[in-house]
Design a protein around this ligand. Structure first.
Ligand code: FAD
Length: 452
């Protein structure tokens, strides 16, 4: 069997691994339009903050490693067309424009997404960057050490925006975050958490300009950006802008080849099969089932792309494995705070069309007799369906690392557990690690009291 995989990021990498494991005799052609394989944008922050020194190490695998496994790796090779009936790909060498045709029996697309570029006046000015992929990682790192870049504006306060803001603030730049939402991290956390994190950002000299967007970028005679004008009429200095205001699927070229939805997302079933039975699709160009609602939506995470990649590979010769529903579990730090969240939040419930109730609890990580240098306050919120009592989501935050609790809640959501199941669930106790009642028990017990 000849398997072609397009795209070498998370989804493509996992698809190749899966095919190697499931079909050791398959001939695998792996196409990537860039000049590098399997760069992890997830690791970009560690590179920007100097924890990881070599940008090339931020990857899953090298070309020689994959070729040793028998994979035929084609870099600088953009797949521009598919003839599904003839099982042929058009592949363009991006360095010299030469076009060639290649055969496949089964095709896995993990073409991902590209950063959304704001359609505002001045958008063509220099020093307006994005944050995705190796090329931008290198450019951003160079900008961090340029002394003439003093004021940095980050557009968007989602995960990527926060990573950009913290990295540039730590590099000594004055950072401004602008966001249309009234809070930072608007789809990840409720206000009990964002209020604390907003203070944390301000304490680290990050300015917040919320409930407003960019109206215009202003430049100088060298065509370099110098300031930002916002929709509220405010103006501030900016020598560098980093746009992190969402992504768009890289799928225009697939129109008419496989079914796309109105947003250009590739339609797949739970086996990652597209409208063409020999073409599979995974990753940020597809939707995935959201466990709390059972409906499909875009949840652009590497963890999801890898799950889907593994499913696609398993299903090449028949339906073997459905992709597991996910809850959008993710974790991040904002200077001294570490947080994680999963599932539905109060702030996202209405948009998801679900009716939820929540309890918010605070506790210390370990018993209060443990001194402050080994202890910290923990904030936890549990969200559930008040009619069925089923767990729908949770958020946790502390200066110590408590994020792993969210994986337990993700499992609870997946298994449709109720607050009653969680209230007395068995979690370990050891004073160096935890309290006799884990904070998940505490919150679920409070939810039971509220419901009864
Ligand atoms: P992409 O990563 O978009 O990759 C697509 C690849 O396909 C690219 O290499 C592209 O060049 C190639 N390609 C596209 N079209 C073609 C074509 N026609 N021919 C040949 N090649 C093509 N997720 C997490 O779970 N945890 C994190 O901590 C996390 N941190 C992140 C931090 C940042 C800064 C960013 C930007 C994202 C982060 N994510 C994180 C999200 C995660 O990176 C994405 O969900 C993931 O990269 C999606 O993988 P993908 O394979 O769908 O596509």
């Amino acid at each position: 069997m000849k398997v072609a995989v397009v795209g070498s990021s998370h989804g493509g990498y996992e698809a190749v691994r899966g095919v190697l494991q499931q079909f050791p005799d398959a001939h695998i052609d792996w196409y990537e339009k860039g000049d590098f394989i399997s760069f992890l944008s997830c690791g970009m922050e560690l590179y920007l903050q100097g924890v990881v020194k070599d940008v090339n190490s931020v990857s899953y695998a090298t070309i020689p490693e994959m070729e040793d496994k028998g994979v035929h790796v084609h870099i600088n090779s953009e797949v521009t067309n598919i003839d599904p009936d003839g099982h042929k790909l058009t592949v363009v060498d991006v360095q010299n424009g030469q076009e060639e045709s290649a055969d496949y029996d089964k095709l896995i697309l993990s073409v991902g997404a590209t950063p959304f570029k704001l359609p505002v006046a001045g958008k063509e000015l220099q020093n307006i960057y994005a944050m995705r992929g190796r090329d931008w990682a290198i450019k951003l790192r160079e900008a961090e050490v340029k002394p003439d870049i003093k004021n940095v504006t980050v557009v968007g306060s989602g995960y990527i925006g926060i990573e950009a803001a913290e990295s540039f603030a730590k590099a000594g730049k004055h950072v401004t975050i602008v966001d249309t939402n009234p809070t930072i991290l608007g789809t990840y956390l409720d206000t009990e958490f964002t209020e604390i994190l907003e203070e944390e950002l301000k304490a680290n000299d990050v300015d917040l300009r919320l409930s407003q967007s960019v109206k215009e970028y202003v430049g100088n005679s060298d065509d370099k950006v110098t300031s930002v004008i916002s929709t509220t009429g405010d103006t501030w200095d900016a020598d560098l802008v980093i746009e992190t205001a969402g992504i768009r699927p890289a799928t225009k070229w697939l129109a008419g080849i496989v079914d796309l939805d109105d947003h250009g997302m590739i339609k797949t079933d739970e086996y990652q099969q597209t409208s063409n039975p020999d073409i599979f699709a995974v990753g940020d160009a597809t939707e995935i089932e959201f466990a709390p609602t059972g409906k499909k939506q875009l949840i652009a995470l590497a963890s999801n792309a890898r799950r889907q990649g593994r499913s696609a590979a398993a299903n090449l010769e028949g339906h073997k494995r459905k992709t597991t529903a996910v809850s959008g579990s993710s974790a991040l730090h904002v200077f001294n705070y570490k947080f994680a969240s999963t599932g539905v939040k109060d702030v996202t419930a209405e948009g998801l069309g679900v009716d939820v109730e929540s309890v918010f609890v605070t506790d210390t990580k370990v018993p209060p007799f443990v001194p402050a240098e080994h202890n910290a306050e923990v904030f936890f919120k549990l969200t559930y369906d008040p009619k069925t009592r089923v767990v729908m989501g949770a958020q946790i935050m502390s200066k110590m690392d408590t994020t792993a609790n969210i994986n337990a809640i993700s499992l609870a959501i997946q298994q449709h557990m109720t607050v009653d199941d969680l209230a007395y669930a068995d979690f370990f106790f050891q004073p160096g690690f935890d309290r006799p009642w884990n904070i998940m028990n505490v919150a679920a017990q409070k939810a039971e009291q509220k419901l009864d």
